[in-house]
Structures are given as C-alpha cells and as structure tokens.
Write a protein that binds this ligand. Sequence first.
Ligand code: ADP
Ligand code: MG
Length: 611
Amino acid sequence: MGQIVVLDQNMINMIAAGEVIERPASVVKELMENSIDAGATKITVSIEDGGRKLISVADNGCGMDAKDLARAFESHTTSKIKTSSDLHGISTLGFRGEALASIASVAQVKGTSRTKGQDGANCLEIDCGSKGAVSPASADYGTTIQVRDIFYKLPARRKFLRTANTEMGHISEQFTRIALANNSLDLTLIRNGRELYRLPNTDNLHRRIVELFPMSSSTISENLIETESDEKGLRILALIGKPNISRTNTKFQYVFLNGRFIRDKFISHAIKEAYRGLLEPNRFPVVFLFIQMPYEDYDVNVHPTKSEVRFYNANLVHSQILGCLREKLLGTDLQPHAKLPTATHSPASRGGPAPGHRSQAITDAMAEFFKKHRPVQTQQQLSYKSKQHLVALHPSTGQIPESHTGQPAPEIAPEQKKILQIHDSFIVVQTDDGFVIIDQHALHERIIYEDLCRRILHRTPNGGKSKLESQKLLIPESFEVTPSGADALKTNAELLEKLGIEIVPFGPKTMAVQAFPTLLVKADPLDFVQDLIDLLDHKDTNLDGERLLDEVLNMAACKAAIKAGQRLTMSEIEQLLLDKENAESASRCPHGRPTTIKFSISDLEKQFKRT
Ligand code: ADP
Ligand code: MG
C-alpha cells in the first residue's frame, strides 16, 4: 500500500497560507494590493486588536459580480494572468491567485462586492475554508473584505502573534509602504475605531512622506534631497536623506519597483556605496527610491510575498542607482543645519553666557569643521589652513564648553603646555619619548562609556541596583511614536528606569520625555530617545539583557561625547587627558577603534634619516 495521498484543497490552501499569510499585516498587504489592482482610488483599512479580531479593507474599485465573488476565494483563481506568456510582464501587484483563498482558509472572512453594472451588491462568507452561498447585500460600488479571528482554528499559529501593538506596528509598516508607492490614492488606516492615518490623495510625494512620518517630519522634510534620472530604460526618482538624518538601521530605506515595495541586495549595496565616506560605518541613510522599468526586465515570480525580484540586468540597476544618488550627494552642500542643543532642560544648573551664545559657538565650530572636512571629492580641492589653536585655560568640567564664545582665545606658549588641538578634532600631546595623537571624540566616548558602566553596574549600599542620576526637563519634550515603538518602550521599562529616562504617554500617538540622565546632558533627549526606540524595536531578539544594555550605553556615550569639529578649551583638553589616565582601557573607543596613536621620537629620527 502506498503512503502518499493527495491533499484536499483546504489543506493545500492552509499550506499556501503558511507562506503568504504570516501575520495580520500580510493580510492587510494582500487586500490593499487587490484594491489597487482593482483600480480603487480610495481604500479604508480598519483594524481591531492588532488585526486578531478584525481586519477590514474597503475600496471603491471595479468590484466583482456574484460569479467572480464566489470564484475569487478558490485557490489559483485570478483575473490578472491568463497564459504563461503573461508571466513575463506582470503589471499588477497580484497574479498568483492564492491570497484570498489562503486568507479564507485561516480565518472567518466576509466579502461584499458590487460592480458598476450591478443594482445591488453581493456578499459571501467563508469560515476557515467552508464556504457559504453568495447572497444579496446592500453596499456601494467596490469591494469590502472583512477578516475576523485570524488563525482561530490554528492555535499554534495564533500563539505566534505578538501583542496588539506589535502587530499594529507591522500593519502600519505595510500601510506605509503602500501609501508611499501610491500617493495618488486616498488612504485611511483606522485602529480600534480611531484614525491613525488619513492621507488624502496628493501629487506631492514630499507631503505624503511628511504625513507618514510625523515623528520626524520637520527633520525629514528639511533634509531630503530630490534627484531623478531616466536612462537606459530605467527611471529613477529618489528622495534621499542628508547624512545628518541617518539612522541606526535600514528601516528608513524604502525601495519601490513599479509601485511594488521590494528588498534587493544589489540596490541596498548601491545605496550604501552612494553614501560611502559620508556616513559612519554603523549608520544608514534615509532613502525613498522609486524605480520604474519595463515589466519584462525582471521576474517577480521568485518569492511568495513578491518582496524580492530578480533583475535580468542587475548590474545596470546597480550602476544607474549608484550613479544617480552619488552624483546628487556629491553635488550638494551637505553641511547640516547644526542641531542646537535645547536649552530647555536644567538651565538653572548652568553658568556661563546665555544659551544663544553657546549655541552660536557650537554652530560656528561645526560649520568650520564641515567646511574643512567636506567629504570625498571636494575635500581635495580644499587646502587646510594651518590654523591650529591653543585656547585659553578656564575652569571646566570636560563637558561641552560652557563659556566658549567662539572668539579666538588668548594663546599660550606651546612650550609651556606641549598640547595642541588640530582641526578641532585631534589633540597632539608631547610625551617623554615622542608624542601621541588623540581622537577627541573616540576618547571622550570611551570615558563616558566607562563612567556609565560604573554607575549602572554599581550596587547601592542597601544592595539595590543602581540607576543613572536623572533630572526632570523643565518642559517635557513630546514626540510621536508608532505602536511598535510604544510597545518597545513598554517592554523595556526596566532598562529605561536604569538609564534614568522617564517617558510618559502624552496623547494618542504621542509620548513625552520627562526626565533625562544628567550624564547625557549633551545629547538631545528626543534624538536620543528616537535612536533608542529604533534600537529596541529592531534589536536582534537573541540579544540578552546585558548585551542590550551595553549597546544602549555605547550609543549613549557616542551621543554625549565631544564631537569631531568641536573646539576645546585648554582646560577641557586637560580634563580629557586626566580622565584618560583614570580610564581602564582608554586606548580604544567602545566600538573598538583606537583613540590614541603613538609616535616615538626615535621613529621620527629614523624617518628624517637622523640615525
Ligand atoms: P490575485 O490578486 O493574485 O489575482 P487574489 O486571491 O488576491 O489573487 O484575488 C483573486 C481575484 O479576486 C483577483 O484576481 C481579482 O480578480 C479578484 N479580487 C480580489 N480582490 C478584489 C477587489 N478588492 N476588487 C475587485 N476584485 C478583486
Ligand atoms: Mg491578490
């Protein structure tokens, strides 16, 4: 007796669902794509309980008549391709004819639809594959698909669903991708009865981006540069972020091919290459890239969710994108609008001149630095002015220059100090047998990192765990947060507590930073929290508590440290050198880069052929 049986259709659909329908967000993606393929101009997505209870997608597209409605939920039924030759030029988002069947095999589904030619609508219910009859219903033109209780007969899969907030985060992400690629559509996302996004159709892509990313809207819109190219059958439109709005991960890289969101390693590589030398190694640019090319030039039939494609000429795609982005970046003045430290917190504890002065000083120093350190190509054209300054001694903490006004400070004789700051970035110090060059940012980063570790790991006298000392902000700083971001903050409440960061809910999508660690006074609270959320939300799930804390402390140290391009006073330099003495491992920054390079006099003598 043979062992092999033919699976029944519902089993086949459930297996297919395992590939296509990973979680509620996949349902949202498939249904919205169907609406777009149906020519809808308006789509409303409604979600309850992160999609576990209800996912509803309503459109004003072409609709289906009674016969099509009944067919649509069977497997391998599609109106989008007819013959094998159609597979070579797919212009629709769907074509596999299995999404509706898959969804209907794992949930309770109701489809209601009406075409322009019909007087009334029809509806159909399917409960985990068992289909009812088509019956008349009352509804406007278009289609509404409601999906309830996803995976309710599949406890193993239901168990894998995360919290409502996390699932909602995935849904928002799918919605965002579709909204970016389809700015001419009127789109709404409703969560538990409340509008999360209401996006009117627009021909202005900038506007859509700003509406989708309110959290960082001002920063994003000010820092996106637009570029286009149309060569060799490849049209590219890109809105690319200046280096100063880079992120800690690639989440803000949106690539679309003929309106389809894709992930592609050639394209990612081209983006990375375009920014070469403009970003630190662990930072990723914000990029919105829209590519149009003939449907025949690539294959979408390589991945069940169609998020990967195969280009027939991947090299061409790579070089066109790289060229387009790189040229624009190099031809643009990338000098950032210096983000001034907010003076709202703890002004009372500060001496020195008015914050405006200080801000100006920092702006000037940064401007000076970026003028000199204009990256790549342009750098060679600039000859460094040999302007090395030794600045005045005055009491300081080694923190940001409190009373530094940007005016050239009285010089002190080099022989007196034998310390020199060059290019506002490196410190040269004479030693007994030669000299050392110190990377001021890397060293300060190391020092702060060690300080943070000491304070956090140290136990209080009563045996309790330590936390960083923090101070209340005079005015809480509010920020918009995505559901998954809020979730990440909630799950990591203990970590936040340790760091001395207090974040409270402030409105439906808003939270506010109320207290911030004193030690990180130089970091901008919102900027810090934003990156922290990025990190927590996308951390490798294998990261244990200790490693996560370490990553956070690394990030904190980097943000709070003196930057390259920041002019220091002599006393600040001295403080830095003193702290260096006390640091455990001052020779490397927390990322493992050296902080100090030594030169011996005997080496120099050899170089100059004195010996
Ligand atoms: P595919 O999109 O790959 O064709 P689906 O299972 O997603 O497969 O959908 C099956 C068919 O149902 C589609 O080809 C289309 O004809 C019809 N359909 C699905 N959703 C809609 C909709 N919102 N409006 C009109 N027709 C739809
Ligand atoms: Mg489809």
